[in-house]
Design a protein around this ligand. Structure first.
Ligand SMILES: CC(C)(COP(=O)(O)OP(=O)(O)OC[C@H]1O[C@@H](n2cnc3c(N)ncnc32)[C@H](O)[C@@H]1OP(=O)(O)O)[C@@H](O)C(=O)NCCC(=O)NCCS
Length: 188
């Protein structure tokens, strides 16, 4: 077992019968040419169109990694860095950054290039999504631990672990505040 695999299994013990899967096994790119039907009132591409592509690409990755259905639990830090225009060929690149027991963080990078020019693609967005693998009843099921392969994969794994810690801490802090306010008699 690699150091990274040991680290993954120590932090998130999964049943030993589920072997790990390397990051590259589920990495996916979804490409789409933007047309006039994708625009907002300003004439550039609607953010929701990009978000759907992000969710689609991340969902494909989560399904491939977990070997079955997976649902979006959350979408974090969706950043739009540059406007996307009609005639842009958009590439949505997604990979599993981190796995827990039944959840997976998928990192997504959105690139755009003119559909008919040979200039290099530029990054126009990024996002992190958490997917939960579910069984036929919609209940969470265990996923294989992801096995980061490259130094970049390992950095992404470590950064995803930080985001996971912050998500849990934020949710806990908000629940504690709500309970405290309720105990003090405040009504929403
Ligand atoms: C996501 C869902 C399956 C979680 O079910 P649950 O009964 O809350 O189960 P759990 O609390 O055990 O959570 C399962 C995993 O998801 C993670 N998770 C749940 N909600 C989360 C959230 N909002 N953000 C990040 N992670 C989340 C948990 O941390 C847990 O991870 P782990 O097993 O790796 O430790 C359930 O809330 C659901 O079905 N949501 C609707 C999903 C959907 O329809 N998506 C499409 C939106 S249109």
């Amino acid at each position: 077992m690699t150091d990274q695999a040991q680290q993954a299994s120590a932090a998130h013990p999964a049943p030993p019968e589920i072997p790990g899967k390397p990051t590259s096994a589920s990495r996916t790119t979804l490409s789409h040419i933007m047309t006039h039907s994708d625009t907002n009132l300003l004439g550039t591409v609607h953010g929701g169109v990009i978000m759907k592509l992000v969710d689609d690409a991340a969902g494909a990755v989560a399904g491939r990694h977990s070997g079955g259905p997976a649902v979006t639990a959350s979408m974090d830090e969706m950043a739009f860095l540059e406007p996307v225009r009609v005639g842009d060929l958009v590439h949505v690149k997604a990979q599993v950054n981190w796995t827990g027991r039944s959840s997976m963080e998928v990192g997504v990078r959105v690139m755009a290039e003119r559909w008919n020019e040979s200039t290099p693609a530029t990054q126009v967005g990024s996002a992190y999504l958490v997917f939960a693998a579910v069984d036929a009843d919609g209940k969470p099921r265990t996923v294989p631990p992801v096995l980061p392969e490259t130094e970049k994969d390992k950095r992404r794994y470590q950064e995803a672990q930080i985001r996971r810690t912050h998500r849990l801490a934020r949710r806990r802090a908000i629940m504690e505040l709500r309970e405290k306010r309720a105990a003090e008699g405040f009504e929403d």
